[in-house]
Design a protein around this ligand. Structure first.
Ligand code: COA
Ligand code: AMP
Length: 637
């Protein structure tokens, strides 16, 4: 029974239904889509590591996102509004125009031999062609692998070798406030570094970037020419369980994990979440200020707004400096956005530049109902500031690349429950969230522990790691029988609100970007003067966390700490990417370790953050810890 007047009761009834009768619940939600073959079964679950949603259904998510709306008379409605603060351009694509572009580019890809199941790597900045390329790949039943534009060639090469794409689609560059980022040298270098070579490279040449095709050892094509000369193709119906995309994310080792997302479950979750979580109806406007290279961009810039018949705003620019701290408010206001969604770091940057919120007052924000935040914990200070200067509800919600859509949220459409500072609110229907101790036993309400989700995960969440079933099991399923391990710690209060406190592993979060300390360590360790290193994330007032490397020199190293720091900062920038925002190196004589040789990163972090630390029982040599405490720089946020 739905209690319209009482959001908490409505939430509870919906959550319980999804928990008690998941198959009936999701089959019902699946009816919102226009299937090629309607599913008769919701779930095929082996009781352990494999779950398949809508196993006998067939569809193509781009049909849901485009063709269907044109067929239903929304052809003239804006589907995509591109707003570039970097070039002062705005372009609107109606549903009919976007469908045409996507269908034509899919035709171009088919002419290059791209078929169902083939992988295509996309390395592009925030331009409409990135979205067109993603949807065109999906239209053929092929699998896209988007690589964030801020990554360096080595990271692109890693993804080339992992996904073995037949084609690579790139732009000649992106625009950062301080510089134009030329992508083509990166692409050329990545192809040189990788073992796998794509058959073809397709390049969107932007006029603003002073760089055209250089020396490629593979054949390349011009994006615009392909688009203008190709015939449109229909969406290829695929199994609901077919992979739609791979998205790499940081794990605890240097090799990123390729999360697999499917067509059907993802389409159902996208269609359900837009009205129920974001309170956006067909024809309304969503402004998600993230990047297509991240999961937030995949789901809520590209797929979900379109699957739900809304208008998506794609923004090329920053929250501050392009040109000022009113940039996000301007975009939301000009395009009549009903909601805005960005990361806490963006809101903190706005606050630092405009503490009184004067920019907000410059714009007509009457269409905007809600400000969403995710990517890292929304600190209470920023939460209160944002609410005060805007007068709008500020909604934190928690999710991961792996889940693809929110795990815990305040469901603004379904049941706008009271908000609590410091908590992303309550588990979303479909996610049976619990807190367990290291033995996997449920802890008491209010007690901190590992946040877990009862298996199977709901539609839209990951179904595996590409080519690595064993790693999938070890990373997520092995620790707590019957549960997915989120890697986050937190607690649930008496009202059922979840508080997410931080990671239990070696993953750090810099400006809303999830980074593996292992990856940074492996880059740093390659320097000849480095015998050993540990990278930890220390609290940063703007970016949430920043990476700091503690380095032990080799016996014969002949380099000053200043010079080493300079070289390591440059190396990380070149081999990983500017996005690591890596600037801090500290030389120490030894790293504290356990008797089994594991570096005590948590203890190190507590020390440098000025917390009281007792030597752990497992420590190998307490003297090393004392020396580290004397040598290491203390960081104040
Ligand atoms: N391509 C190339 N370089 C990029 C890039 C991209 N797509 N994105 C960032 N970079 C570069 C930046 O130019 C910067 O380089 P610099 O060291 O030469 O200045 C570096 O990577 C670090 O970037 P970032 O940490 O993002 O800092 P910033 O100063 O550019 O911007 C914020 C700060 C807060 C505005 C920005 O981090 C932000 O908007 N974050 C939101 C993150 C987000 O959307 N997360 C997704 C979850 S919602
Ligand atoms: P990513 O996979 O890049 O989206 O990063 C996911 C991780 O970011 C989570 O596991 C959390 O550690 C962190 N995170 C994302 N959103 C939130 C949030 N709202 N509150 C706290 N942590 C968050």
């Amino acid at each position: 029974m739905v209690h319209k007047q009482d959001p908490t009761a409505t939430y509870r009834a919906t959550f319980d239904r999804a928990r008690q009768q998941p198959e009936a619940f999701w089959l019902e939600q699946a009816r919102a889509l226009d299937w090629h073959t309607k599913p008769t079964t919701a779930l095929d679950y082996d009781g352990k590591a494999q779950w398949k949603w809508f196993p006998d259904g067939r569809l193509n998510i781009t049909y849901q996102a485009l063709d269907r709306w044109v067929a239903e008379g929304r052809g003239d409605q804006p589907a995509l509004i591109w707003d570039s603060a970097m070039t002062q351009q705005q372009i609107t694509y109606t549903y009919a125009q976007l469908l045409d572009q996507v269908a034509r580019f899919a035709g171009a890809l088919r002419a290059q031999g791209i078929e169902r199941g083939d992988r295509v790597l996309i390395y592009m900045p925030m331009i409409p062609e990135a979205l067109i390329a993603m949807l065109a790949v999906a239209r053929l039943g092929a699998i896209h692998v988007v690589t964030f534009g801020g990554f360096a060639p080595k990271e692109v090469a890693t993804r080339l070798d992992d996904a073995k794409p037949k084609a690579l689609i790139a732009a000649n560059g992106g625009l950062e406030p301080s510089r134009a980022v030329r992508y083509l040298p990166n692409v050329a270098e990545a192809i040189g570094l990788a073992t796998h070579r794509p058959d073809v490279v397709i390049v969107k040449q932007r006029d603003e970037i002073d760089d055209t095709i250089t020396e490629f050892d593979v054949s390349w094509l011009d994006f615009d020419e392909q688009l203008s000369t190709s015939e449109p193709v229909d969406a290829v119906p695929v199994a609901a369980t077919d992979p739609l995309y791979l998205l790499h994310t940081s794990g605890t080792t240097s090799k990123p994990k390729a999360v697999i997302r499917d067509h059907g479950g993802y389409a159902v979750a996208a269609a359900w979440s837009v009205p129920n979580i974001y309170d956006v109806a067909p024809g309304e406007v969503m402004f998600v200020a993230s990047d297509v290279g991240w999961v937030v961009g995949h789901t809520y810039i590209v797929y979900a707004p379109l699957v739900a018949g809304a208008t998506t705003v794609m923004y090329e620019g920053k929250p501050v400096g392009t040109p000022d701290a009113g940039a996000l408010w301007r975009v939301a206001s000009e395009h009549g956005a009903k909601m805005i969604f960005s990361a806490p770091t963006a809101y903190r940057a706005i606050r630092a530049a405009d503490p009184a919120g004067e920019q907000w007052q410059r714009y007509d924000m009457s269409n905007l109902t809600t400000i969403f935040s995710a990517g890292e914990r929304l600190d209470e200070d920023t939460y209160h500031w944002l609410g005060t200067v805007t007068g709008k509800p500020v909604v934190d919600h928690w999710w991961q690349t792996e889940t693809g859509w929110p795990i815990v949220a305040n469901l603004r459409g379904l049941a706008p429950m009271p908000l609590k500072a410091g908590s992303p609110s309550v588990p979303v229907p479909g996610y049976d969230v619990g807190i367990v101790n290291p033995l996997g036993e449920p802890v008491e309400q209010g007690t901190e522990g590992n946040i877990v989700i009862k298996l199977p995960l709901p539609p839209g969440a990951m179904v595996g790691l590409y080519g690595e079933p064993e790693r999938f099991h070890l990373s997520y399923l092995a620790a707590f029988d019957g549960y997915y391990e989120t890697g986050d710690t937190g607690y649930i209060d008496d009202d059922g609100y979840v508080f997410v406190l931080g990671r239990s592993d070696d993953v750090i979060n810099v400006a809303g970007h999830r980074l593996s300390t292992g990856t940074l360590e492996s880059v740093i360790a390659e320097h000849p003067a480095v015998a050993e290193t540990a990278v930890i994330g220390v609290t940063d007032g703007l970016k949430g966390q920043k990476p700091v490397a503690y380095v032990v020199l080799t016996a014969d190293a002949d380099i000053s700490p200043e010079q080493l720091a300079k070289e390591l900062v440059a190396k990380v920038r070149k081999d990983f990417g500017a996005v690591a925002a890596f600037r801090d190196v500290d030389v120490v004589s030894a790293l504290p370790k356990t008797r089994s040789g594991k570096i005590l990163r948590r203890t190190m972090r507590s020390i440098v953050e000025g917390e009281d630390v007792a030597a752990p029982a497992t420590i190998d040599d307490a003297g090393v810890l004392d020396t580290f405490a004397l040598q290491a720089t203390r960081w104040e946020s």
